[in-house]
Structures are given as C-alpha cells and as structure tokens.
Design a protein around this ligand. Structure first.
Ligand SMILES: NC(=O)c1ccc[n+]([C@@H]2O[C@H](COP(=O)([O-])OP(=O)(O)OC[C@H]3O[C@@H](n4cnc5c(N)ncnc54)[C@H](O)[C@@H]3O)[C@@H](O)[C@H]2O)c1
Length: 286
C-alpha cells in the first residue's frame, strides 16, 4: 500500500544544504512534521539558523506571527542519526552523486515502513537509474524543487520508468499542499528546466571565454531583458559544484554533443573551490 496524501504526517528531508534547508522550511511551514537529516552536524546547525532567519524576515514583513515561528520550528527535528529518519515521504537533497543517493535510499528503506515514498531532488541524475538499484523502484520518483525553495513555485515531479501512477499523484498533491505548482516530467537528462537552462549558462560563459564581454555586462544585459538573474549570479546562487556537475551529467547522458560541452571557466572555479555564495566567492565576492 502506498502512503495516501491524508496519511502524510512526517517528511524526512535528507541533506541540510542549500536545497534541503529550504525544503525543510517549506514542509514545516505547510504543517508537516519534518526530520532534517545530514551527516554533517555543522550543516544542521547552519540550516536551523537559516530557517530561523527566514522566519524572522517573514515576521518583519508581517507575513508570520512570532508564536507561529515557534510552533513551526518545533515541528522540525534536526538529526545526524539515520535510525530517527522515519516518515511517510522522504525527500533527498544530498550531493549530486548516484551511488550516494542509492545508498541513502536503501539505508532509509531498512528503517521505514513499506509504502514510504522516496523522492529525489536530483537536478540531472536519471531517476530510473536511481530507482533500479533500490528495493522498490515503483516508490521512487523525482521531486525537483528550485532554488530558493521557499520562494520558487515550480516543482518538477519526475516519473521514472517504473514509478507508479499513485506516487506521481501523491507527490503532485504534496507539492500543492506545500504551496507549489507541480509539473509532471518524463525522466530525460536535465528534465525540462535544466535541459533548457544549460544554454543560458554555457553561452554566457563562451562569450566571456572568447573575450567578447565580461560577466557583469552579461548579467546586466540579461536582467535588463527581463530575466530575474543574470547567468553568472544564478550560477553563484546554485553553487558551482552543483551546476558544473549537472552540466557534465547532462552532456554525457546526451552523447557528449559539442553544444553542451561543460565550460573550462566553470571547471576552473570548481577546482579553485570557488563555489559561489556558499563559499563566499564564485564569479562574484560575497
Ligand atoms: N543548488 C541548487 O540550485 C539546486 C537546485 C535544485 C536541485 N538541486 C539538487 O539538490 C541536491 C542538493 O543540492 P544542494 O545545492 O542543496 O547541495 P549542498 O552542497 O548545499 O548540500 C548538500 C548537503 O548534503 C549533505 N550530504 C552529503 N552526503 C550526504 C549523505 N550521504 N547523507 C546525508 N547528507 C549528506 C552535505 O553534508 C550537505 O549539507 C543535489 O542533488 C542538487 O543537484 C540543487
């Protein structure tokens, strides 16, 4: 039996980084109990601080009452113990690595009831390939939030080859319950948004690599045409390590076409540990 929407009480959010922290915040704010799991306790502390700061901002804008902040925070348990990670739905937002995600799902399947749904927030790894290495592939799907998760409305619900219709429906309903707009996608490299957006980043980097312009000009021009963020600011927000990883996975999955070859400019940033906002330096300084 699959968990029905009404029976979802607790969501296990794995990874307390950029995305996991935001997803935990949204889930708790939407009324669910949340267990936020990360192997790194410093990331759990950071996530708690970020969530508190975000709620303080909402209070300052009179969009949240102080006592609501208290009760929402009480619904989140921060833990590095996998045995505590029991819920009806798991949403994982750990590193963009297939082996790590499969290993985590299999460890969580051992501590959770049959019927638990496993959603991956992967940006680029095949959901079908992750699912195929788990004990119950029908219960695995993509639930791809966008950054920053508390603000961005879109969720790509990704249907792997073996994902059941019930799971797709449940994650779509859950997305709506979390105030999001779900779009069901098939499992193709980069799904929809990351496939299209590759060119936004890559063409911008090509212009700079070829010495035709600079990053500030590209960002200013794209923002002036109506994009919310220029491509370099957006890469700094996403995290260079994540964005470069996605570029490689999409490029390889599509047979390494020249038009999608990852940029040496971004590789240099990754090699230098300049991941963007999260490390204080990327294309810009923070
Ligand atoms: N950054 C974005 O804009 C963005 C957008 C959509 C989806 N995603 C996807 O979300 C996932 C997370 O991305 P992020 O930017 O939040 O990464 P991040 O580097 O900010 O955070 C990853 C977290 O996972 C933890 N972690 C690593 N291995 C773990 C494990 N085995 N078990 C538990 N915790 C573990 C790390 O300690 C870290 O806190 C990736 O799959 C990424 O592709 C990222």
């Amino acid at each position: 039996m699959f968990a029905a929407m009404l029976s979802i009480k607790t969501i296990v959010v794995c990874g307390a980084g950029t995305m996991g922290s935001g997803i935990a915040q949204v889930a708790a704010h939407s009324g669910f109990n949340v267990i936020q799991f990360d192997l790194n306790s410093a990331m759990l502390d950071k996530s708690r601080a970020v969530i508190e700061k975000n709620f303080d901002f909402l209070i300052s804008k009179q969009k949240l009452e102080a006592d609501q902040k208290h009760s929402i925070l009480q619904r989140i348990v921060f833990t590095d113990a996998i045995a505590e990670c029991k819920g009806e739905v798991v949403v994982e937002a750990i590193i963009e690595n297939k082996g790590a995600k499969v290993d985590l799902f299999n460890k969580l399947a051992a501590v959770n009831k049959a019927g638990t749904v496993f959603a991956t927030n992967t940006s680029s790894i095949s959901v079908s390939e992750i699912a195929a290495e788990t004990t119950d592939p029908g219960r695995v799907a993509g639930m791809h939030f966008f950054n920053p998760a508390p603000l961005m409305k879109l969720v790509e619900v990704v249907k792997g080859e073996q994902t059941s219709e019930e799971v797709v429906q449940l994650l779509s309903d859950l997305s709506r319950k979390m105030g999001k707009t779900p779009v069901v996608c098939n499992d193709a490299p980069g799904f929809i948004v990351n496939r299209v957006a590759r060119h936004y980043y890559l063409e911008a980097m090509k212009l700079v690599e070829q010495g035709l312009t600079d990053i500030e000009t590209v960002d200013a021009v794209m923002e002036a045409t109506g994009f919310k963020m220029g491509p370099f600011k957006l890469m700094d927000l996403i995290g260079m390590d994540i964005n470069y990883g996605v570029s490689n996975i999409v490029w390889e999955a599509l047979g390494k076409p020249e038009r999608l070859r990852p940029s040496p400019l971004q590789k240099a940033k990754v090699d230098a540990g300049e991941f963007g906002r999260k490390t204080g330096k990327g294309f810009y300084h923070y």
